[in-house]
Design a protein around this ligand. Structure first.
Ligand SMILES: Cc1cc2nc3c(=O)[nH]c(=O)nc-3n(C[C@H](O)[C@H](O)[C@H](O)COP(=O)(O)OP(=O)(O)OC[C@H]3O[C@@H](n4cnc5c(N)ncnc54)[C@H](O)[C@@H]3O)c2cc1C
Length: 393
């Protein structure tokens, strides 16, 4: 695999030596954060002819956008809380992504075994799947259906037949999160966009005419700044004294990686406490991913670490369904990754947490600051369109 090349702080220091960045560089828009949302917005604006600079303190897709479950999905479980709009928009974006990047985003059939101990009865899940099919509309790549239990036990020999009540299946999409983010960044560059990675931003001045970013790589100005720093949002707002109407609730999730393909299909599983987790086979990497968990984090973003208790929790949850000689063991875990969901809450309101993204716009004279709060991998296209509309109107 070849890696795309981006400007780094060092590249610019070299230019500095030759006097190229001694002057202020001007853009129409500066985007902070090269995760899926920052790259998506930057690509959309560059495609519309804007001069855009994308800055990241680390690499492209190095944040949450490479720590996800790698699903491009409507979020079946959000139907339970009647978040119909969220599911509908995500299913619409899912279809667009399958068409836009067919080599990176593809449909998969998910298997959903229901055991006696499953917290949701089969009929309830069937209603949910039926609604999911309807919301997918003609965009769906296949309908949900009931599977034969005998065929399931034959194809998934690790699974116990004790307490198995029925097996359902439905269609959703799978991707590789970091590669998708890098592809969007590449498209951005093709439209003339500039990316500088591994850049330390020292300060940002903001007045009625615009922003001046002082960073290790140089000085950059633009009348518009988009803050797409995902779960780092609150820390960035504090560091650069930006106003904000929302805050981030940082909820981490881990994934465990095992060698080999342990199941033939992606699996949607439930814990006894009604949580969802996935078993994700990746034949292309000869590995299986198990995830994920939820843990509220109160430390700084760069200090978030996987907890041993969460690792054991995931292993225990999956092992409930497996025969004793096929259990997932701690020593079989080859790798662990942790990401932080940038969930949105109104400032000062701990309980009002939303999975939907919010755009928070602040204006001073001619200049505008737009914060992107929240936003899943799946919905970056819609989000980018909404940001562009806000800017271009
Ligand atoms: C465990 C887990 C599983 C998930 N699974 C899915 C899934 O299956 N499907 C799905 O659609 N979504 C999923 N999500 C959600 C999705 O991954 C995230 O919502 C999305 O990746 C957020 O992207 P982002 O661009 O907003 O943030 P990020 O990808 O975190 O990008 C923010 C960027 O800002 C940069 N940055 C931070 N501070 C600064 C600074 N001071 N200056 C410059 N740059 C800075 C960081 O380096 C980073 O690159 C999951 C999330 C988690 C945590």
């Amino acid at each position: 695999m070849t890696f795309p090349s981006y400007k780094t702080q060092n590249d610019n220091s070299l230019e500095c030596l030759f006097g190229l960045s001694l002057t202020m560089q001007s853009y129409d828009v500066i985007v902070l954060g090269a995760g899926i949302n920052g790259c998506g917005v930057a690509e959309n604006l560059a495609r519309q002819g804007k001069q855009v600079l994308l800055l990241d303190k680390n690499g492209v897709g190095s944040g949450t956008s490479s720590k996800s479950s790698r699903l491009i999905h409507g979020g079946l479980r959000y139907l339970e809380t009647a978040q119909i709009h969220l599911v509908y928009e995500a299913l619409h974006d899912r279809q667009r992504l399958v068409e836009k990047y067919p080599d990176l985003v593809h449909y998969e059939r998910f298997i959903l075994p229901i055991y006696k101990s499953s917290p949701r009865p089969g009929w309830m899940i069937r209603i949910g799947l039926w609604m999911y099919d309807i919301l997918s509309g003609s965009r769906s790549a296949g309908r949900s259906r009931k599977e034969s239990m005998e065929a399931f036990l034959e194809r998934f020999p690790a699974f116990s037949e004790n307490g198995l009540r029925s097996v359902l299946s439905y269609v959703d999409a799978k991707t590789h999160d970091r590669e998708l983010t890098r592809r969007v960044a590449d498209d951005f560059q093709e439209f003339g966009g500039t990316i500088i990675v591994h850049d330390d931003i020292e300060s940002i001045d903001w007045d009625r005419s615009g922003f001046v970013v002082h960073s290790a790589a140089g000085e950059f100005q633009a009348p518009l700044l988009i803050n797409a720093t995902g779960p780092w949002m609150d820390e960035v707002n504090e560091a650069y004294h930006f106003p904000a109407r929302y805050q981030i609730r940082k909820v981490s999730g881990i994934h465990l990686i095992f060698d080999g393909v342990m199941v033939p299909n992606l699996m949607f599983m439930q814990t006894r406490e009604k949580r969802i987790f996935f078993i994700i086979p990746e034949p292309e990497n000869d590995q299986t991913i198990l995830g994920t968990t939820e843990r509220e984090e109160n430390c700084e973003m760069d200090e978030v670490e996987a907890a041993e208790a969460d690792i054991q929790y995931l292993l225990d949850q999956v092992n409930v369904y497996l025969k004793t000689d096929h259990q997932f063991q701690r020593e079989d875990v080859r790798d662990i990754y942790i990401g932080v969901r940038p969930l949105v809450r109104k400032k000062g309101n701990m309980s009002d947490v939303s999975r939907e993204y919010k755009l928070d716009v602040h204006q001073k004279g001619e200049s505008k600051l737009i914060h992107i709060f929240g936003g899943k991998l799946t919905t970056y296209l819609s989000l980018a369109e909404k940001v562009a509309k806000t800017i271009l109107k």
